[in-house]
Design a protein around this ligand. Structure first.
Ligand code: PMP
Length: 426
């Protein structure tokens, strides 16, 4: 028995399914989850001492790679001064300023502890500001596990076959309308009839929870337009894309400005952080300035802020994002040619350092239906083959992959070499 198997068996005695977040359990791909011991740069090491090139990167936060020395030093220094005070600290302002200066659509920002909290709070604010209840989301997009948003959701909810979770009251579910990602015409039609009831559209500007689906040209612009016409708020959920696809998020990358933005992952540099923010006039409705209540014992935690500040400071290098994209491009073309050599139908998508691979005959994959039609059984064999070869991919076919700045060209060559071997066995 491997040490991972031993630990998983023990974990399952005390933790539902042995994990604290469902997709970690390897339920979709089968087998025992790998228990990790440590991580450095592009690599993670498991409890049995095996090292892997890691393209999960903790599901997105580690854009610098694991255990970056400057981030670890900043965190260590913060820890020495105390773990939490529940009172304002200067670090909160420093990180808030960094975020607002970089994100075009954010004048004010409130820090929370997770992406779930960020989207839940942004929705409440949008409803309060507009005085309307209906929210519009897209099938296969995941915005955390709050009640209103756990409807036709992506990520683990999709993987486990419960995109709409039991336990969500129907009175809440009926206020969430789910439309098709990348179908601007459907959005226009819906708004023509129901637009005056809509508080907000919430969207992943690059969908990363149904594998990786970039927005089609004009899609985000169409959302902006219908919201403007009908007085609804446009919320970009940039928990995944923020500081990942560009220095100014997807909103800078695609030049579409939302009313509200949610962030998480990268801004916490590996610590539990989320944030929501937007136009001053809207954000001033949040307590204590305004009446919309939102709070958190550990929000703006000094250790988390320190990790965020150190991380964002390191992203300012002029060629940071071009270098990341170039590496992602190298990996995508390497995987595509390795698959072609083995006669395996395989298509890739990527934006910046977010990417996805699809086992499908289709040359472009741009919507949920196409994702659902992919060969998941083949993905599962690919996943396990890659794991054996020392490459750690997300253990489900509905997740995006992430490149970090710590990945080297040699790591990528090694990954492509591993894929070449595995494709040949599929
Ligand atoms: N929004 C998006 C786009 C996400 O990808 C995620 C998590 N993967 C969330 C929200 C929820 O964030 P958290 O897991 O930190 O609650």
């Amino acid at each position: 028995m491997s040490q991972s198997e031993v630990l998983f068996e023990q974990a399952s005695r005390y933790i539902p399914g042995g994990v604290n977040s469902p997709v970690r359990a390897f339920k979709a791909v089968g087998g025992t989850p790998v228990f990790l011991q440590s991580a450095k740069g592009s690599r993670v090491t498991d409890v049995d001492g095996k090292s892997y090139i890691d393209y999960v990167q903790s599901w997105g936060p580690m854009v610098l790679g694991h255990s970056h020395p400057e981030v670890i030093a900043a965190v260590t220094e913060a820890i020495g001064a105390g773990l939490t005070f529940g009172a304002p600290t200067e670090r909160e302002t420093i990180l808030a300023q960094m975020v607002c200066e970089r994100m075009p659509g954010m004048d004010l920002v409130r820090f929370v502890n997770s992406g779930t909290e960020a989207t839940m709070s942004a929705i409440r604010l949008a409803r309060a500001y507009t005085g309307r209840d209906t929210i519009v989301k897209f099938e296969g997009c995941y915005h955390g596990h709050s009640d209103s948003l756990l409807i036709k959701a992506g990520s683990g909810a999709l993987t486990l076959g419960v995109p709409s979770s039991p336990g969500v009251p129907s009175v809440l579910a009926e206020h969430t309308t789910t439309l098709n990602y990348n179908d601007a015409e459907q959005v226009r039609t819906f708004f023509a009839e129901h637009g005056e009831k809509v508080a907000c559209i919430i969207v992943e500007p690059v969908a990363g929870n149904m594998n990786c689906i970039p927005p089609q040209p004009g899609f985000l612009q169409a959302l902006r337009q219908v919201c403007d016409e009908q007085g609804a708020m446009l919320i970009f959920d940039e928990v995944m894309t923020g500081f990942r696809v560009s220095a100014t998020g997807a909103q800078g990358y695609y030049q579409v400005q939302p009313d509200l933005t949610t962030l998480g992952k990268v801004i916490g540099g590996g610590m539990p952080v989320g944030a929501f923010g937007g136009k001053r006039e809207i954000m001033e409705h949040i307590a204590p300035k305004g009446p919309v209540y939102q709070a958190g014992t550990l929000s703006g935690n000094p250790v988390a802020m320190a990790a965020g500040i150190a991380t964002l400071s390191l992203l300012d290098e002029a060629d940071f994002y071009p270098r990341l994209s170039e590496k992602t491009g190298q990996l995508m073309s390497g995987l595509e040619s390795a698959a072609a050599e083995a006669g395996i139908a395989f298509t890739t998508n990527s934006v910046g350092s977010m990417f996805g691979g699809f086992f499908t005959e289709e040359k472009t994959v741009s919507n949920y239906q196409q994702v659902m039609a992919c060969d998941t059984e083949r993905f599962n064999r690919f996943f396990h083959g890659m794991l054996r070869e020392g490459v750690y991919l997300a253990p489900a076919s509905y997740e995006a992959g992430f490149m970090s700045q710590a990945h080297t060209h040699e790591d990528i060559e090694q990954t492509v070499e591993a894929a070449r071997k595995v494709f040949a066995t599929l």
